[in-house]
Design a protein around this ligand. Structure first.
Ligand SMILES: Cc1ncc(COP(=O)(O)O)c(C=O)c1O
Length: 284
């Protein structure tokens, strides 16, 4: 498989990352995950805008950012993935500098960029039957709006979910439900969709934005207020969203079956509208 690494297209086994790369030493970097529908990068402008915002938030100056779209399509072509849908992973770190020091290196140090694409098994992905989640007390940092590569809490929580045969671990702060380890979280109460407002405790998900638009189109009130842990019994439905996850109805929380173990009506309507949108997607 060919990947893109610092100005070159290289076989994955040929890529050698320096141990002095600040991504390796400090987790000093950010990432994006994008996917295609009908071989077009879905919501590319929105992903690029988030990437640019994140670079500004952590003070990385990556000058070639506007060339990325061409690089991604070239990567897909070089791998002969053009007939597949693909997931794209893209990471930018502050680059390599020696010796290890916390403060930023000299401006002459260039960021490290890494991109790879992987075909999606689209048949396997169509699992709208519902998933299980576990709830976890949030133990991340206070800037969860940044899509940092520092993902240790997310990795630990997701592993715990997997060990409990659950798909996702969802964070709460002792009162409000925030988001999942790699997804945004939504509740449906009296036919209104609720989700945590955009602040430093959640990632501004691109799929979350799509849910907001679909709700508008379907005349479903979209309320940016969190679901409270103590009030989950007042909700009819829950679902989670993400670029690779798409929309997944939640049918079990902490082992307790919800809605008779079947996806709810609003989740199903949103999935249908999302499927229609992506089926007909041929670029922004
Ligand atoms: C913590 C977190 N929240 C939400 C999301 C969903 O974001 P998006 O819809 O842009 O994929 C992700 C995606 O990786 C995530 O890591």
């Amino acid at each position: 498989m060919i990947c893109y690494y610092n100005n070159s297209f290289l076989e994955k086994n040929e890529i050698k990352v320096s141990p002095f790369d600040r991504g390796f030493l400090f987790g000093d970097g950010i990432y994006e995950a994008i996917r295609t529908y009908n071989s077009n990068l879905f919501m590319y402008e929105e992903h690029l805008a988030r990437l640019k915002r994140n670079l500004i938030k952590i003070n990385i100056n990556y000058e070639k950012i506007d060339a990325l779209e061409g690089i991604i399509y070239e990567l897909i072509e070089r791998n002969n993935f053009s007939d597949n849908e693909v997931n794209v992973y893209l990471q930018i770190t502050r680059g390599e500098s020696f010796p290890r020091k916390h403060e930023f290196p000299a401006p002459s140090v260039s960021p490290t960029i890494f991109v790879y694409a992987l075909p999606i098994d689209t048949k396997k992905l169509q699992n709208d039957e519902g998933i299980s989640i576990i709830l976890k007390k949030d133990l991340r940092w206070k800037r969860c709006d940044i899509k940092t590569i520092n993902l240790l809490p997310a990795v630990m929580a997701k592993q715990e979910a997997v060990l409990q045969q659950a798909y996702e671990a969802v964070w709460h702060n002792g009162n409000a439900i925030l988001e999942g380890s790699h997804t945004n979280f939504f509740g449906v109460r009296e036919s209104r969709v609720y989700t945590h407002p955009l602040d430093n405790s959640v990632l501004p998900g691109i799929t979350r934005e799509i849910i907001k638009k679909l709700c508008k189109n379907l005349n479903i009130p979209f309320v940016e207020q969190p679901v409270l842990v103590a009030e989950t019994n007042l909700y009819e439905e829950f679902f989670i969203t993400g670029t690779t996850t798409e929309i997944k109805p939640v049918i079990k929380i902490e082992g307790e079956i919800l809605g008779g173990g079947k996806p709810g009506k609003i989740s199903t309507n949103l999935i249908e509208a999302f499927t229609e949108l992506t089926k007909n997607y041929y670029g922004n």
